[in-house]
Design a protein around this ligand. Structure first.
Ligand code: PMP
Length: 352
């Protein structure tokens, strides 16, 4: 116990990010990055910024980028909020929209940052167990609450909730904010952005870290009706949060404008995922149906911690979670290139 710390800090359990080992000679399949590079147009846009305008402050409103995102999704610019990664967007959403008298609800197996934000902002929450098949059951969220948040597809399960079920959730929660974290939606799901016009309580968050291969650029955004976006801006401006820097604004816009490249890398990840699942199943693994760029898989004999350690000795890094106990037998494996997945499969063949 540190006597100089405030009571707030003593109460915090900080988020533990996935390991970021040095890349040399490692097959890195642990933090759901895209194995392909970003669109070449991103590099052009970033180079142009570096050459011309780096001495000038960035646009505090990220107006060109927000207009580009709005055009992409067919919404108005005042329905778009951008932040330094969707983690920052989510942080503002927790404070601006999810802090109420009643506890908010999220699944007991989900993105492990949610309870961290709740701890930081002193937000009451209740976790809702997933079903036996590791699915979100909307009926469990139709009780009085201070808000609902989960990723769709969920992480780290990869399981998708159909749009009709999201709509049932919204219809059953007219008075609480529902945040759908669509970090992985581009790998196989139908976005809830189409519901924003009809549901004033819906906020959808997105990131360019996964499907746009831009984890290093730190760009995320949210789409919702203007009154929700205004709440996010109030919190952001109260923190005096940094606007997106010039590289982020220019690079993100170039990326969302290069639709062909985006679609081609998403299609490659999805094709490799299909093959990876089939080959892991042939090795005896149980693999949860995934709509994301990762899979969650367990072996009937070898447990997750043991396999993760043995793979690490072979220079292959995957993610293993100790908690909750239900996912401890599993490995979460990012879908890499075909060559990376071949290396993984060869190692698993030798180990299992
Ligand atoms: N939501 C979920 C479900 C995630 O897995 C992640 C990545 N760890 C994020 C949000 C945050 O991504 P970023 O801050 O890179 O946009």
């Amino acid at each position: 116990m540190n006597r100089y710390w405030s009571a707030v800090v003593h109460g915090l359990t900080p988020y533990v990010p996935g390991e970021q080992p040095k890349l040399a000679n490692l097959v890195k399949l642990n933090t759901n990055e895209n194995p392909y590079g970003p669109s070449p147009r991103v590099l052009d846009a970033v180079r142009a910024e570096a050459a011309d305008t780096l001495r000038l402050y960035p646009d505090p409103g990220s107006n060109r980028l927000r207009a580009g995102i709005a055009a992409l999704h067919g919404v108005a610019a005042d329905q778009v909020f951008v932040g330094n990664g969707s983690d920052e967007v989510l942080a503002h959403a927790f404070l601006a929209l999810l802090k109420h008298e009643r506890p908010i609800l999220f699944p007991d197996i989900t993105y492990s940052f949610y309870p961290v934000y709740c701890g930081l902002y002193e937000i009451a929450f209740r976790t809702v167990p997933l079903t036996e098949a590791f699915e979100i059951c909307v009926d469990d969220y139709l009780t009085p609450n201070g808000g609902v948040i989960f990723p769709n597809p969920n992480a780290p399960t990869g399981r998708l909730l159909e749009l009709a079920e999201i709509e049932r959730l919204l219809a059953g929660n007219p008075d609480s904010v529902v945040v759908i974290d669509e970090a992985y939606i581009d790998f196989g799901g139908e976005s809830a952005v189409s519901l924003v016009a009809r549901y004033p309580q819906l906020l959808v968050t997105r990131t360019l870290s996964k499907s746009h291969a831009l984890a290093g650029l730190r760009v995320g955004y949210a789409i919702g009706q203007a009154h929700l976006i205004e709440a996010l801006n109030r919190v952001k401006d109260s923190f005096n949060s940094y606007p997106l820097d010039r590289f982020a604004q220019a690079g993100a816009l170039a990326s969302i404008e290069d639709r062909d490249y985006f679609e081609s890398i998403c299609a490659k990840v999805v094709a490799t995922r299909t093959r990876l699942v089939a080959e892991m199943e042939a090795l005896g693994f149980e693999v949860l149906p995934s709509s994301a760029n990762f899979i969650l898989a367990r072996h009937p004999v070898h447990d997750g911690a043991e396999l993760a350690a043995a793979l690490r000795e072979r220079s292959i890094v995957v993610r293993h979670f100790k908690n909750p106990a239900r996912i401890a037998p599993f490995l979460r494996i990012t879908v890499g290139t075909d060559a990376q997945c071949d290396a993984l499969l060869a190692a698993l063949k030798a180990l299992c």
